[in-house]
Design a protein around this ligand. Structure first.
Ligand SMILES: O=C(O)CCC(=O)C(=O)O
Ligand SMILES: [Fe+2]
Length: 451
């Protein structure tokens, strides 16, 4: 069967697969599907039943009621077929189409979602969240990223600290603004410097706040635990090989403040047709494959009961064969982020590189950089991944080790945020920056103690 062949083929492009058989054989599978257990929800609230309430908006109420009404009106045959083929993610468990348990409906402030557990009791909890976002909301987030040319090749950090386009992933990513780093006062200040950019930042921030709030509600966590949202895009043939979302390298260098990622919510932003043959989220150790449907999401815990990374949560983004796939990573830390904690972490755990090109950290950190070192003052660039961001040379040498960089693809954004703060403290004027982070720094030409 196709799936057996596929299992040997993790992470490689599935283009040109000669004898591809249907991957999601809906018609043939219903009679031998895997029945999964009822859902249990994470988070302190344990879930609120989806029912009319005063907080429920009329829009979301109509949406849910119309859905329920249509379901009731359908003949039973259509209804049961619709359960399997309707617009939610299809799920394979151990190569068979899973018969999902009845959903738990949750009424959020601004959406009504269905949650189904995809794993058995005793296994790590992986849940499907259906109807979390409407297509227009997702399209707006994609538009924001595209408008500022935000999708950049995803980078991977090697053990020697270099950022490379390595073979783990060929996708591209776009980190969105982090509200924590983008205070209102800064936008007002920016408005005086660059009206158009301030507008774009405000629009992005509004979309981010709304999305973050919705995701935090469904996970049942404080919004302050959510990292910057990150869109990930795959062209046909692009992939993200099996990996863990937890920070693993020495001293959790890829974290912001030494934290661990407790949960991942992966929101699908595009549909992948069954006929594509790929494009799904795959948990090899759990034998779980989820075919994306825009607006649905998959939620899982990255840590086991003792708080350690759970190796069963290894997962991969299988290459789509024929279409584009876009998803949004919502990574949740085990504790709320604060600027103070991040600053303290920066002050003590800093190893970073100053880039000599927007999003060219691979160059900055790699062999190509060697030729630049010591020859002239380095160029510092604000890597906000925006066509509207001004980059400028600065007459200042900042040494390796002065800034914290993230160890994954949000590195340029985070580095830029910190660099911008450093530069502003370095008495450089006229920089178009949108973030503010207190940071202590030193350079070979100057010393400063930050604020
Ligand atoms: O795209 C997918 O299905 C998986 C993405 C993922 O695991 C990640 O970005 O960390
Ligand atoms: Fe991941």
């Amino acid at each position: 069967m196709w799936l057996a062949g596929r299992a040997q083929n993790h992470g490689t492009s599935t283009l040109n697969r000669p004898d591809t058989k249907p991957i999601w054989p809906i018609q043939r599978i219903s009679s031998r599907g895997v029945r999964l257990q009822p859902h249990r929800l994470y988070g302190p609230h344990g879930g609120v039943p989806c029912m009319p309430s005063e907080r429920r908006s009329s829009a979301s109420r109509s949406f849910c009621l119309v859905g329920a009404f249509l379901a009731l009106r359908m003949p039973s045959g259509v209804r049961s077929r619709s359960r399997r083929t309707s617009r939610r993610c299809l799920v394979l468990r151990h190569d068979k189409l899973a018969e999902l348990p009845a959903p738990r409906r949750l009424q959020l402030h601004d959406a009504c979602v269905s949650v189904r557990r995809l794993t058995e009791d005793g296994e790590p909890d992986v849940s499907l969240v259906q109807g979390l976002f409407q297509k227009a909301e997702l399209e707006e987030l994609v538009r924001i990223c595209e408008a500022r040319q935000g999708f950049q090749a995803s980078l991977q950090r090697t053990s020697s600290g270099e950022f490379l386009r390595d073979r783990m992933r060929t996708s591209s990513s776009c980190p969105l603004l982090w509200p924590l780093f983008t205070p209102r006062e800064r936008i007002q200040q920016l408005r005086m410097e660059n009206e158009q950019m301030a507008e774009a930042v405000e629009v992005e921030l509004a979309a981010v706040l709304s999305a973050t709030n919705r995701c935090a509600q469904v996970i049942g966590v404080d919004e302050a635990r959510v990292e910057p949202l990150q869109l990930i895009r795959y062209e046909p043939g692009q992939y993200y090989r099996p990996h863990m979302d937890t920070h693993e390298e020495p001293q959790r260098m890829s974290s912001y403040a030494g934290e661990q990622r407790s949960h991942t919510l992966l929101v699908f932003m595009t549909d992948i047709p069954e006929a594509d043959g790929g494009g799904h989220l795959h948990f090899p150790k759990l034998g779980l494959r989820i075919l994306p449907r825009a607006g649905d999401a998959v939620l899982w815990q990255n840590l086991d009961a003792s708080g350690e990374p759970d190796p069963q949560m290894l997962h991969e983004g299988v290459a789509p064969n024929t279409c584009e796939k876009i998803a949004m990573n919502v990574w949740v830390a085990e504790k709320p982020f604060t600027l103070e904690a991040i600053t303290a972490w920066c002050a003590t755990h800093v190893v970073a590189f100053v880039s000599d090109g927007v999003d060219e950290l691979a160059v900055a950190a790699g062999a190509a950089r060697a030729g630049l070192v010591g020859k002239s003052p380095e160029l510092l660039v604000l890597g906000l991944r925006s066509s509207q961001t001004l980059c400028r040379r600065v007459p200042l040498t900042i040494q390796k080790g002065d800034l914290l960089s993230r160890a994954d693809d949000t590195v340029a954004l985070c580095l830029a945020q910190m660099a911008s703060a450093v530069l502003r403290r370095g008495a450089l004027h006229g920089l178009q920056v949108v973030t503010d982070l207190p940071l202590r720094w030193t350079s070979s030409s100057q010393k400063s103690t930050g604020r």
